[in-house]
Write a protein that binds this ligand. Sequence first.
Ligand code: FNR
Length: 387
Amino acid sequence: NIYENGMLRNQFPTVTTNPNKLEQQARDSMEAKGFNFIFGGAGEHATMDANRLAFRQWKLIPRMLLPTSQRDLSVTLFGIEYSTPVLFAPVGAHCVFHADGECGVAEVAADLDITYIHSTAATASIEDAARANGNGPRWFQLYWPQNDEITLSLLNRASRSGYSTLVITLDTWSLGWRPANLDGGFVPFIKGVGDQAGFSDPVFRQQFKKNYGVEVEEDIISAAAEWNKDIFSGQAHTWEQLEFIKSHWSGPIVVKGIQHVDDARMALKMGMDGIIVSNHGGRQVDGALGSLEALPEIVHAVGKDMTVLFDSGVRTGADIIKALCLGAKGVLIGRPWVYGLGICGKAGAKEVMMGLLADFDQTLGLTGIRSISQCNRSILRRITYGG
Ligand code: FNR
């Protein structure tokens, strides 16, 4: 349809389909603070660059004359069938990028039947996003608070609101050193404050009132500082403390931010159902490995015993296929649709994800793949000359 509209009707997409131009279009359309928060990685962006270079090191080897015109993109994760292995990555602070916010994205996710993952740092409440998502598939991402009562409150609310799977992000117990935000400022925990996953939490509100003598709305700055302190405390939990979460969450649990094989093994040992191999889009440790580099050895170590998902640096359909061929069972998309959201709201996020899915589907067919289970190393080659 995109081809037909462009070639025959002179109708072009609002958001560019060129992954290399998307960032610039967002920069041109958005307020600097919002754009910088999406764009900004840690340090000198060495890991962000490595995330892309890692994809360039692998090349697909297409097969011809195979019956691939009818394709089945469905996958089963934790016993549930999903129509595609692609997921929306958890991303906080949507209202800073566009007023459509998390509810707009949750609605788009349901329309496209792609899993929506609600962030603890969202600017919409857990309940409102669930309502907007309706019958769509949804997971909840936990930034693990220091305060157990708040943790339990978030888990209960997510469970009551129909979020099936819990994602615990391990790599952001303290925010990374992100010059674009440090220099340019950034206000996500203040805009849209009343609706936030955290600020709307009854336990957080109660404790805030007890300690400060006022409602959250009456002293937003202190509330934001308290909330940040609790979820980005600068103090990590321990592997053993995952027992606590396990005893309070009945669905599957996935830990996000795994890059080291030994951590993948620890996650398995602690009884996690899955891991997300991710470096948070190069936003945490600059100089860390490109995320795709870590994937093969982790799949080799634990892939038979637990579900391995992947993110960081995925920009094209071919990237999704490469990650699947290297053993990922699902692939999370971050910045691209967030830029779409910033450019023109939920319609932009939708265009980007539809485009990416179409590219993925088309490229699968052209590579000679009919179903996701056919993605394997036999159609990949590692090329070390770069480029
Ligand atoms: C994120 N990411 C993230 N992860 C998470 O677990 N909770 C969160 O609230 C956020 N928030 C967030 C905001 C923004 C603006 C970005 C870009 C990213 C990380 C995200 O889930 C994912 O790991 C990365 O986006 C993957 O990297 P790329 O592909 O976007 O470069």
